[in-house]
Ligand binder design. Structure first.
Ligand code: SF4
Length: 315
């Protein structure tokens, strides 16, 4: 069946990153994930051990090797990417840890070489809303004047009770304030949410997406919670096992969330991508393409597209 969804260049019924990259950068774009060895205030300062799902690599499982310089990491990963996509353009993605959690001079040392490179079309910085100082906002503004800048923030859930359970370490007001400040500077914002957090219902997860619709954000990463070895989450799961979503449940929830999600929000990620050696559960996540296919099939079966619930409600 022909796909009539306007924000996709293939069979997807949601707003794909590939489509968006072609619009903005006129071709295939690869993300080069880097580890700049930043720490995290939620681990250093809050006395809670950090987010309960955080691994020793601080969410940078697929980033470059932190023992190599950023330039070495970039060159190595870029070479691998170009073997697969010889003409792809590149985004420098600062993934591991909290990438604005350092004095401004260190931030400049880290980002400036990449801002200046002509072979990089954008810089993407993953951080926390409570780790951006006023001085840092001014610096982010300066980057954004010179290069396409994306800032990624972790929301995970709209529900404060879950936020406390997972040690998110900041409240919703702090998150909203950061989104508003970044948008006032016209910086693109991508928000992370996690499905399957302990004790959340399908309705809870839909409410998180409905909340996201109220923010002026440009992209979303939808993750499936995965339990990794040597994390606080693994300890909780061992002591007090909670329900881990099955693949069928996850697909049902994501497809329903997409129906509720504003069609203009770009989907940067739609499932989890854990390392096999580190993973305790759920193991179905290892078959990433299977999950993606099931999502596509379910959207066809229900004959729905991203944002349908909003569009229908407006009619
Ligand atoms: S904000 Fe990121 S790096 Fe910091 S504790 Fe949470 S998951 Fe880990």
């Amino acid at each position: 069946m022909e796909n009539k969804f306007k924000y996709s260049n293939n069979n997807k019924r949601y707003h794909t990153l590939d489509y968006e990259n072609h619009q903005k950068h006129h071709g295939k774009v690869c993300k080069i994930s880097l580890n700049a060895s930043f720490s995290c205030p939620n681990r250093d300062q809050n006395g809670n051990g950090g987010c309960i799902y955080c691994s020793k690599l601080k969410s940078g499982e697929f980033a470059g090797n932190q023992h190599e310089s950023l330039e070495e990491q970039f060159t190595k990963i870029s070479k691998m990417m170009h073997q697969k996509w010889p003409n792809a353009k590149q985004i420098a993605y600062f993934q591991a840890g909290t990438n604005t959690y350092a004095p401004i001079d260190r931030l400049k040392e880290t980002f400036e070489p990449f801002v200046e490179r002509e072979d990089i079309v954008a810089i993407s910085i993953a951080t926390r809303p409570d780790a951006i100082t006023e001085e840092c906002y001014r610096y982010l503004d300066s980057i954004n004047q010179r290069k396409h800048l994306i800032v990624e923030l972790g929301l995970q859930t709209v529900h404060e009770r879950t936020s406390k359970l997972i040690h998110r370490g900041h409240d919703l007001a702090c998150f909203e304030n950061a989104v508003k400040k970044l948008r006032a500077l016209q910086i693109e914002v991508v928000v992370h949410i996690i499905n399957g957090l302990p004790y959340e219902s399908k309705q809870d997860m839909i409410e998180t997406v409905q909340y996201v619709n109220t923010l002026n954000i440009q992209g979303i990463k939808i993750h499936m919670l995965h339990i990794l070895k040597d994390t606080l989450l693994a300890t909780l799961y061992e002591k007090q096992p909670f329900h881990v979503l099955s693949r069928e449940e996850y697909v049902d929830i994501v497809v329903t969330q997409l129906e509720y999600l504003n069609e203009e929000i770009v989907i940067h990620r739609i499932t989890g991508d854990p390392k096999k050696e580190e993973l305790i559960a759920p193991t179905w996540l290892l078959k990433k393409f299977c999950v993606l296919n099931e999502i596509d099939k379910e959207m066809v079966k229900r004959n729905i597209y991203q944002g349908d619930k909003i569009i229908k409600a407006q009619k």
